[in-house]
Design a protein. Structure first.
Length: 241
């Protein structure tokens, strides 16, 4: 089945292209996926999927079939198999980068997906909706990595926060004659520094149960409601008998 997606990242096209060359970093933004090794144009990795009580873990490899830096186009292929033999998954992904402005790039992704096993029971419409939801999480993570960092509240344009001037000497407030000045209040405790884009400790599995059920309810609520009504009427009729 073919799945089509498009999203915009707040950087120029060259920066967006460069970010997608780092397949390990990009994979960390996709729920459940982990790249374990990279060698040239090929890579190895895993993807964890949870479908109700069933846990699937695909393990496989992928490779770049095309990387056209002049036209900002890349094509990669990935294949994997569940370690318990519950199915296979394969995809050919074509990604195009379209410049929308000096700091805006539209990324268009066309995926030719082929799956077997339990996840294959869902049709193309459901898979498109599910992948749309997963893409939302992916884009939010990706923007935090390739987008410009947010300016601190109250900071004027072009100013550098005092805490970011690592290594700069701190001017002393003591009097020039060497006498002890007024005692300074203790410096507030600095919050822990969190590195934006740092890899997660462990990749959480894609929970298709919680993702698919709302999609199924939205798609099939009318027939489900009709079936429920028939069941209620049948139960009442049987009780009267």
């Amino acid at each position: 089945m073919d799945l089509n997606h498009a999203f915009t990242v707040p950087v120029d096209r060259t920066t967006a292209w460069a970010a997608f060359q780092d397949i390990e970093s990009v994979a960390e933004c996709f729920p459940g996926a982990t790249v374990t090794s990279v060698e040239g144009d090929t890579f190895q990795g895993t993807c964890k999927v949870k479908l109700g009580p069933v846990a699937l873990q695909y393990s496989g490899s992928g490779s770049f079939l095309e990387r056209d830096a002049e036209n900002f186009l890349m094509v990669l292929e990935a294949k994997g198999r569940d370690k318990r033999g519950n199915g296979t998954a394969g995809a050919t992904v074509r990604t195009s980068f379209i410049e929308e402005g000096p700091s805006s790039t539209r990324v268009e992704v066309v995926t030719d997906l082929n799956i077997t096993g339990k996840p294959a029971q869902f049709g193309r419409g459901v898979m498109q909706d599910v992948s749309d939801k997963l893409l939302g999480q992916f884009v939010q993570c990706l923007e935090s990595r390739v987008g410009p960092p947010a300016a601190p509240a109250g900071a004027s344009e072009g100013s550098v926060p005092e805490a970011s001037r690592v290594g700069e000497p701190v001017e002393s407030s003591a009097p020039a004659d060497g006498s002890a000045g007024p005692a300074s209040p203790p410096a507030p405790e600095e919050p822990p520094v969190v590195k934006v884009g740092a890899p997660p400790q462990a990749a959480a599995a894609i929970d298709l149960g919680t993702t698919v059920l709302p999609v199924l309810a939205k798609t099939y609520w009318k027939p489900l409601a009709g079936a429920s009504l028939v069941i209620v009427l049948l139960v009442r009729w049987l009780r009267r008998r």
